[in-house]
Design a protein around this ligand. Structure first.
Ligand SMILES: [Fe+2]
Ligand SMILES: [Fe+2]
Length: 317
């Protein structure tokens, strides 16, 4: 007869708690679970599971206080299919694998691993094993550290580093993008299309940054303050914080697709032989813009928004 193991966290020294629990989890076979007993709600443990084993564990409360918490923690029967965004948010080293296969982990972050693999023409099983063995690769980035940042710090960084850069660069570069389309449009008709698409990117991004800075981010800060003070957060005028978050993610998708068209039209930002200095400067800028937006959207879609969704659930807003 199968016996369910249980582990009483109250009996384990604080430093040993999480390692012991994760060791027990590692020893489980698919479909098995164990019961964790604790004297408070094990939220930090839950978040550690979510970060380290996204989509690969089950978590069910059997008793929720006030004195004892009992949680059934298990491994699911079938292989779970986490999204690309969940994988990358838990461990940014995996970015190198996605990059290698041309899988977009920013705007395409909501796709499941199998779907993303299929679309990139790679067997999802092969992709899964490459991801499992992904180690640190030079140039793989250091974004994983953002996962440990607080919500307020992330917002501050996004505004200071990404929004302010865009606010300076977009107006500065717009006349130059238009100029090269006028000067070189006859010989390089793609520059005319690129200028039109670039204008759409600007027209989408300017109000998008404003919506984040004036509506979404200030409300998120109120949620953070409410969590600290223990008071109820104010009811948002937009119903639920999920609504503006979804709106922002839809905008990201549109901008991502526009930037993809620019990359294709420009042959991966390859300047023609007869290009003048302005032409080179514009292509250099467009390439830099694509990289910057990748990082910016990754931070929002894969790091900030999941943190805010978890906080919203906790606060009941
Ligand atoms: Fe943003
Ligand atoms: Fe955004």
């Amino acid at each position: 007869m199968e016996s369910i193991q249980s582990i009483d966290a109250r009996q384990i020294a604080p430093r040993e708690k999480h390692p012991t629990i994760f060791q027990m989890f590692d020893n489980l076979a698919a479909g098995e679970h164990f019961i964790l007993v604790n004297d408070h709600e094990p939220r930090p443990l839950y978040h550690q599971f979510k970060n380290e084993h996204p989509g690969q564990f089950t978590w069910e409360y059997l008793e929720q206080g006030p004195e004892i918490w009992r949680v059934a923690i298990g491994k699911p029967e079938s292989v779970v299919d986490p999204t690309v965004g969940e994988i990358i948010a838990a461990d940014f080293r995996k970015a190198a694998v996605f990059k290698r296969h041309g899988i977009d982990f920013c705007c395409g972050g909501n796709k499941s691993l199998s779907q993303a693999g299929k679309e990139a023409g790679i067997d999802p099983e092969v992709l899964r094993s490459e991801l499992n063995s992904a180690q640190w690769e030079p140039g793989g980035g250091t974004l994983d550290r953002f996962q440990t940042w607080s919500i307020s710090l992330l917002i501050h960084y996004i505004i200071e580093n990404h929004h302010n850069w865009l606010k300076t660069k977009l107006p500065e570069m717009t006349p130059l993008v238009q100029k090269i389309s006028k000067v070189h449009g006859a010989n390089h008709p793609e520059t005319v299309k690129i200028a039109a698409i670039f204008q759409s990117v600007v027209d989408d991004l300017v109000p998008h940054l404003q919506k984040e800075e004036i509506v979404l981010f200030p409300y998120i800060e109120k949620m953070v303050a409410a969590e600290k003070s223990g008071e109820e957060p104010p009811r948002p005028v937009f119903g639920s914080v999920e609504n503006p978050i979804r709106g922002m993610e839809a905008d990201h998708q549109v901008v991502g697709e526009l930037m993809d068209s620019i990359r294709e039209l420009s042959g991966n930002y390859t300047v023609p032989e007869d290009a003048c200095a302005s032409y080179r400067m514009v292509y250099g800028f467009l390439s830099e813009l694509a990289d910057d937006l990748h990082q910016h959207i990754h931070l929002e879609n894969n790091i900030l928004h999941p943190k805010v969704r978890a906080l919203a659930q906790k606060l009941g807003v």
